[in-house]
Design a protein around this ligand. Structure first.
Ligand code: FES
Length: 152
């Protein structure tokens, strides 16, 4: 971690608790998630307490405490996908990857999150992996979809 990054955040946004959200947004912008050592350093160097900063980081779903996997899975939970069985897709993904939503597999290959409508409701239920869209999913289709990304 760069010491100067933390200094940059505090210089740009201030070091009081009101700066917590912009600082977290800047960290996530730089690292893609919120590394714990960076958050700790911010608390050491500012007036922001750990309980406040971690409270904000865990309250807002925009903030991620774990790095994204090499393959980022977005599961649509919009109305059409929900009606057409998004929950079955989610169970299959959790089962095959052994992670929950907003987590990353231990090998760093896959991360998973839910999103609102992906804009292709006629294909519901829909999942996006990186830039690829998969529709009309079932448990078995989830398995073959993951295989394309190296999942055994
Ligand atoms: S509700 Fe899932 S793509 Fe629209």
């Amino acid at each position: 971690m760069s010491q100067s990054n933390v200094q940059k955040y505090l210089k740009n946004y201030g070091s009081t608790k009101e700066a917590a959200i912009p600082i977290l947004q800047a960290i996530q912008n730089d690292y893609g998630y919120l590394p714990l050592d960076v958050l700790s350093k911010v608390c050491e160097e500012s007036e922001i307490t750990k309980s406040h900063l971690f409270g904000v980081a865990t309250f807002y779903s925009q903030f991620k405490l774990t790095p994204k996997g090499k393959n980022a899975i977005k599961v649509c939970k919009g109305t059409a996908c929900h009606v057409k069985g998004a929950d079955i897709t989610i169970v299959a993904l959790k089962d095959q990857l052994s992670i929950n939503m907003d987590q990353t597999t231990e090998d760093g290959e896959f991360s998973m999150e839910t999103v609102a409508c992906l804009g292709c409701c006629s294909l519901a239920p829909v999942v996006m992996i990186n830039e690829d869209v998969y529709g009309s999913l079932s448990s078995s289709k989830v398995r073959s979809m993951l295989k394309k990304y190296g999942k055994e």
